[in-house]
Design a binder for this molecule. Structure first.
Ligand SMILES: NC(=O)c1ccc[n+]([C@@H]2O[C@H](COP(=O)([O-])OP(=O)(O)OC[C@H]3O[C@@H](n4cnc5c(N)ncnc54)[C@H](OP(=O)(O)O)[C@@H]3O)[C@@H](O)[C@H]2O)c1
Length: 271
């Protein structure tokens, strides 16, 4: 019999996906905590938030397409999540639900393992939820950020909302104008042959991809071939999960164990 009442954490998403459960449960085991993480596939995000309160779920990850819609149903929103306009983490402390965005921290922590961001010229490709988090994080770290996106309307809105420069369509990206380029589109995710910057890279660039399946995307493979330094989407993913562990447990996250669990699960999923 367990020595304590187990604590429940989980994720609400459109279609349940095993990766977060593997990463979180590996962390809880390593920390010796009687926590369990369960992936809930739901269709009604408002009922999902109510269930957190009813069941006393300690922490809930939120995936697309619910990152924005849950916000108005929480008790408080962290300042960063408010500016980004998306919550991917709900922290339940004594019945008070606060929404956070850990994606931006994941991106910044992963990039800062490779270089300082202060005054760096950063090109972000994309204008969806991930791009908003990446742009916000880079601006917080005092980088000079330019956004490129297929749809100019969405790109311009993101740039003006967050205070970045608007660059235009991806074809107008010129490598010599930047130190770092980040793919924050969905191109390349579960698409091992798709590279959104095919033929546009140069060896001086640091190249990051937010796509995390496969681990080495076509973009990262081409960048490595050119001699660029690279930052993988899996590194961002594990860093954003570390922040969730810090929030849900108040303890330091065992990043190496979490990364190993993540990579094993991606390999098992065969991507
Ligand atoms: N590593 C991590 O920790 C992490 C965290 C969060 C998300 N992600 C990943 O980030 C990616 C983006 O997620 P999201 O939530 O931002 O998605 P989203 O809101 O749907 O945005 C998708 C973005 O991709 C662009 N795009 C889609 N198809 C395209 C194409 N064929 N050609 C050019 N641009 C295209 C869209 O351009 P338009 O505006 O023109 O449609 C938009 O900028 C996903 O792969 C997700 O898994 C990774």
């Amino acid at each position: 019999m367990p020595q304590s009442l187990p604590t429940l954490c989980g994720s609400i998403m459109g279609s349940p996906f095993s990766l977060s459960a593997k990463i979180h449960n590996a962390a809880y085991a390593a920390l010796g905590l009687d926590y369990t993480f369960v992936c809930f596939g739901i269709e009604d995000p408002v009922a999902g938030v109510a269930a957190i309160r009813t069941l006393g779920v300690r922490g809930m990850n939120v995936s697309m397409p619910y990152k924005t819609v849950v916000m108005e149903h929480l008790d408080a929103i962290d300042e960063s999540a408010l500016v980004i306009g998306a919550v991917n983490t709900i922290n339940n402390v004594d019945g008070v639900l606060t929404g956070y965005n850990t994606d931006y921290l994941g991106a910044v922590r992963a990039l800062q393992e490779v270089c300082e961001l202060n005054k760096k010229r950063v090109a972000v490709i994309g204008a969806g939820g991930a791009a908003r988090a990446v742009v916000y994080g880079c601006l917080q770290a005092a980088a000079r950020v330019t956004v490129f996106n297929r749809s100019s309307e969405r790109g311009k809105v993101l740039s003006s909302d967050l205070g970045a420069h608007w660059g235009g369509g991806v074809e107008t990206f010129a490598a010599q104008d930047f130190d770092i380029v980040i793919n924050a589109t969905s191109v390349g995710f579960k698409q091992p042959d798709s590279n959104p910057l095919d033929g546009l890279l140069a060896s001086h660039l640091i190249v990051m991809d937010v796509a995390f399946m496969p681990v080495r995307t076509a973009l990262l493979l081409q960048a490595a071939e050119l001699g660029c330094r690279t930052v993988s989407g899996t590194r961002m993913l594990v860093h954003q999960a570390c922040r969730q562990i810090e929030l849900y447990t108040g303890m330091e996250a065992p990043i190496d164990i979490m990364e190993q669990a993540m990579l094993e699960e991606i390999q098992r999923l065969n991507l």
